[in-house]
Design a protein around this ligand. Structure first.
Ligand SMILES: CC(C)(COP(=O)(O)OP(=O)(O)OC[C@H]1O[C@@H](n2cnc3c(N)ncnc32)[C@H](O)[C@@H]1OP(=O)(O)O)[C@@H](O)C(=O)NCCC(=O)NCCS
Length: 215
């Protein structure tokens, strides 16, 4: 396996984690392909459009600090700093951003405590958090599953051996539950989210993911 990449190395050379993929047949957008690549500073406008375009339903399932250009600028300003790696999916041709795939290399005390209650000892050195969001018109057509093996590869290149969900998943988010389970995640436990909703923790051991995804 290639060496572990640092966030600074990725920020300096986003091409290290860039792939081009053919979209599944039947995609509603006009593009034939998507590019998966790290978020870069020049993405603020495109990312702002992506956030602004998310429907209320998607905003409930996947929450951000804001859904506008200032929020996008904040995400771009965090590139290569702190503990986050954000990747985008960009339509090709066209360049429209249609997905935001987020990794955090940091675990919260709450994550660690919840998993400990379920008998799982998280390791901040080798575990990471992950959260996906696709544009509404790209959901439920296999795009998430198309890119997921590459996201497992991203986690590996970051030196991570397990992936947990960033803030869990709402228990009523049936599509995401199906998406995670078909891509090798298992349910770990449940908890009550900040607004009183039932959420589930799920975990993927990428070695299991390797078998499931054929990577
Ligand atoms: C979650 C998400 C990333 C998954 O990506 P995706 O491209 O939509 O997922 P896929 O199409 O690859 O897989 C979805 C699976 O759920 C199934 N599915 C779709 N709608 C469903 C529903 N309402 N109930 C149950 N299963 C459903 C699909 O049939 C598919 O399973 P299959 O391949 O066995 O048929 C994407 O839907 C998304 O961004 N959703 C909004 C934000 C969100 O929920 N993020 C996760 C927060 S934890």
């Amino acid at each position: 396996m290639a060496g572990v990449l640092s966030l600074a190395e990725i920020a300096a050379d986003p091409g290290l984690l860039t792939w081009r993929l053919r979209l599944p047949a039947g995609e509603r957008g006009g593009a034939a392909e998507v590019i998966l690549r790290p978020l870069v500073h020049g993405d603020a406008d495109g990312l702002g459009d992506f956030l602004a375009g998310l429907s209320p339903t998607t905003r409930r399932l996947s929450t951000f600090d804001g859904y506008d250009l200032p929020a996008a600028r904040e995400l771009c300003a965090a590139i290569g700093r702190y503990d986050k790696l954000r990747l985008v999916l960009e339509e090709a041709p066209g360049g429209r951003i249609v997905g935001l795939l987020e990794f955090s290399l940091d675990l919260t005390a709450a994550d660690i405590a919840r998993h400990a209650r379920a008998g799982i000892r998280l390791d901040p050195a080798t575990d990471c958090r992950f959260g996906p969001t696709l544009a509404d018109d790209h959901q439920a057509n296999g795009v998430g599953s198309l890119v997921f093996p590459l996201l497992v590869e991203v986690a590996r290149r970051l030196g991570r051996t397990r992936i947990i969900l960033w803030g869990g998943v709402l228990a009523d988010n049936a599509r995401a539950l199906r998406f995670y389970e078909k891509n090798g995640f298992r349910r770990v436990g449940s908890f009550t989210g900040p607004d009183g909703t039932l959420c589930l923790d799920m975990l993927l051991d990428p070695n299991l993911g390797r078998a499931d995804t054929g990577l």
